[in-house]
Ligand binder design. Structure first.
Ligand code: NAD
Ligand code: DAU
Length: 349
């Protein structure tokens, strides 16, 4: 089987490629990634051969923009994949608030280009990796409420709106052209290779450097955390056994308040909680995400396998053991990003 994985040099896409290599050693893996600030070729070195960095038996890397129709069609023509798993996206909410334009281009138009390529090359199976953020948020005082697959789309940020737009396109291509599509909507992932703009790696790295830990607002916002490998297994199951045209929510009933995550990281690293600094809140900040994963459990037998206490310990260990990986990142343009994003946030208590 030949898999074309977009965004495979990013956090979840790279974990998915390693998952596939372990699970299906003889399958062909093709990765398409533009290598934006969030994509890192060194993340994929375990899949490449020393002689030829961009390919190895069963693996080929293309540095391409999914919005470039001609280049995408050329890749499909050459590779003729059996399935496309589409991770490539602009993925960070704060960046989308600062500069929405590229989110619309990559997340909506780029997805449209890939869907057209799937149609043009014989109705290729397409899986859209989406997010629980398309459902908006839930109130903190209604712990009985969860997102199901029939919860209306109700987006808050340019990021989530662009993902919802892409999801609607995917559904439309399924219905209008009969393209064999599926969508997964997952909650917050954590694990190795996550870019340090996101909550968990940012807090680990700042704590290791004895820098302030910038918690937005009161820190009581709730996210539903899932270890990245469990997400990868879910996508594999959906691609292999899911019903085309369907959407599957993915999450492990692991809701946690941001402040509790940051305190836990301080404890695990032996750092004082006095590093925590409450700063100006994110605009439009979603209060609570909580996935009901009953459908994927019932229909595909998926269950999360990694308990949060094990996953977070493994993740912290990974960042301690891979300082080269993140030192390279935080010494580059990340510094400008950090100064811009956090310089304008005031300490609020
Ligand atoms: P990421 O930002 O770490 O990686 C995104 C990758 O896409 C990068 O390698 C980047 O270079 C690539 N990319 C961006 N624009 C591109 C373009 N125009 N052409 C080709 N490649 C491009 O993101 P992530 O956290 O790994 O998320 C992957 C997918 O999963 C996204 O679609 C996101 O919406 C979805 N998702 C993420 C989470 C999460 O918690 N991180 C949860 C649910 C769903
Ligand atoms: O729910 C799935 C989504 O999870 C994915 O679709 C997104 O791609 C992914 O980025 C993530 O979005 P969030 O906005 O939930 O993740 P982030 O790590 O940016 O923030 C998690 C929470 O922590 C959120 O409530 C904001 C807060 N936060 C974040 C950062 C970066 C802080 O308090 N301080 C910070 O510095």
């Amino acid at each position: 089987m030949k898999w074309l994985v977009t965004g495979g040099a990013g956090f979840i896409g790279s974990n998915f490629l390693y998952y596939l290599r372990g699970q299906y050693p003889t399958d062909q893996l093709v990765c398409v990634d533009k290598l934006t600030y969030a994509g890192n070729l060194s993340t994929l070195k375990g899949l490449m051969s020393a002689e030829s960095p961009l390919s190895a038996p069963g693996f080929h890397f293309y540095q391409e923009n999914i919005c470039d129709r001609d280049r995408m069609f050329a890749v499909f023509e050459t590779e003729k994949p059996d399935v496309v798993v589409h991770f490539a996206a602009e993925s960070h909410v704060d960046r989308s608030i600062d500069a929405p334009d590229v989110f619309l281009k990559t997340n909506v138009l780029g997805t449209g280009v890939l869907l057209d390529a799937c149609r043009a090359f014989g109705g290729i199976r397409f899986h859209q990796v989406s997010t629980d953020e398309v459902y908006g948020d839930l109130p903190l005082d209604r712990p009985d409420l969860f997102f199901t697959e029939t919860t209306p789309l109700h987006t808050s940020s340019p990021y989530s709106a662009s993902k919802a737009g892409a999801d609607l396109l995917v559904q439309a291509y399924g219905r209008t052209y009969g393209l064999p599509v599926t969508i997964s909507r997952c909650s917050n992932n954590y694990g190795p290779y996550q870019f340090p703009e996101k909550l968990i790696p940012l807090m680990i790295i700042n704590a290791l450097n004895d820098r302030p830990l910038p918690v937005y607002g009161d820190g009581l916002n709730v996210r539903d955390w899932l270890y990245v490998w469990d997400h990868c297994r879910a996508i594999d199951l959906i691609v292999k056994h899911g019903t085309t045209g369907e959407t599957y929510n993915v999450g492990g009933h692991n809701e946690m308040r941001n402040i509790d995550i940051v305190r836990l990281i301080c404890r695990e690293l032996g750092k004082p909680e006095s590093l925590i600094s409450h700063v100006t809140d994110r605009k439009g900040h979603d209060r609570r995400y909580a996935i009901d994963p009953a459908k994927i459990g019932r229909e595909l037998g998926w269950q999360p396998e990694t308990a949060f206490r094990d996953g977070i310990a493994r993740t912290i260990r990974w960042y301690l053991d891979h300082q080269d990986w993140w030192q390279d990142i935080i010494s580059g343009e990340y510094r400008t990003y950090y100064a811009k994003m956090y310089g304008q946030r005031e300490e609020i208590r």
